[in-house]
Design a protein around this ligand. Structure first.
Ligand SMILES: [Zn+2]
Length: 301
């Protein structure tokens, strides 16, 4: 048979994330739901999260990335992930940080080389679908933008091109959540991400609903998602900011996961994106402008 040998509910879905903990806040519900359905869920993480917060209680000699790797493994187990792969790059830090200049920083990686590492995983797994990030990684963190580009470089180099979805914050939805929070007086003293404020790259966060293809309802899995977040306990600022939201705000914010599907025409469909399969071919290139990532792109060829 041409194409995938895997049919129906049994698909292999690879999720590419920038840092340990990104999986817990952005795609955890989709991952847990896919795993529960019997799909093989693979988590690829580009960096060790070296620029994250040092643990308050480090073991003797324990590095930030060692702690975060252990936290990642616990989160992956919580979500039913079958395999965790690290691409081995260093965290680049936020835009303008001194770490941006480090040669081992993910943002400075050779794009073809990083894509080849991802393609090796796609080939080993004969992946049916790959989930990466939208064109600006939701909010412009250099490593998140790089995830977007490496996603497409990996697809180009894979023996069998998987279907590609890009996780994105639904700006329209998040604006509704913030309005709801204000209306009910829930936002006092808590960290509510304001979707109208520019992200790390100066662009508004995420995507408009009109640019999204899939909305996955994971409200029934918010406890699993919160448990995955709590596995990343060393990242106190982010994780406590999320997990301390009042339950109805947590559910409104994290109970939905939204995806773009470049090259696929259609309005936002609130259903499970991974029904059926094998799926028709995916476009070989992302439609975004590669130079738009804001720093020179390194390529071998
Ligand atoms: Zn991140």
């Amino acid at each position: 048979m041409a194409g995938s040998g895997k049919m129906g509910a049994m698909s292999t879905i690879v999720f590419l994330h920038a840092h340990p903990d990104d999986e817990s806040s952005s795609t955890a519900g989709t991952m847990a739901r896919a795993a529960a359905r019997g799909d093989r869920v693979i988590l690829v993480v580009a960096t060790g999260g070296e620029c994250g917060e040092p643990a308050a209680d480090p073991a003797p000699g324990e590095t930030v990335s060692e702690r975060r790797r252990r936290e990642l493994e616990r989160s992956a187990a919580t979500l039913g992930v079958a395999r965790v792969v690290s691409l081995g790059y260093h965290d680049s830090g936020m835009t303008g940080w001194v770490q941006n200049k480090a040669p081992e920083a993910f943002m400075n990686a050779d794009l073809d080389e990083a894509g080849r590492k991802l393609a090796d995983v796609l080939d080993e797994e004969d992946a049916d679908a790959l989930v990466g990030y939208d064109w600006h990684g939701n909010y412009g963190h250099p490593d998140h933008v790089m995830v977007h580009h490496v996603t497409w470089s990996g697809v180009e180099q894979a023996a069998r091109r998987p279907r590609v979805l890009e996780v994105s914050i639904n700006r329209d939805h998040q604006e509704e959540v913030v309005s709801m929070a204000r209306l009910r007086g829930l936002e006092e003293g808590i960290h509510m991400p304001d979707p109208t404020m520019p992200g790390d790259d100066g662009n508004p966060i995420g995507s408009l609903a009109s640019d999204l293809r899939w909305g996955v309802d994971v409200r029934g899995l918010v406890d699993v998602k919160k448990a995955a977040m709590r596995c990343h306990a060393s990242q106190v600022t982010d994780i406590e900011g999320f997990t301390s939201l009042p339950p109805e705000l947590f559910e409104a914010t994290f109970g939905w996961e939204f995806y773009r599907e470049p090259g696929v025409v259609g309005s936002l469909d609130v259903s499970w994106p991974f029904e059926g399969g094998p799926w028709p071919g995916t476009p070989s290139h992302c439609t975004c402008d590669l130079e738009g990532r804001g720093w020179p792109v390194r390529r071998n060829s």
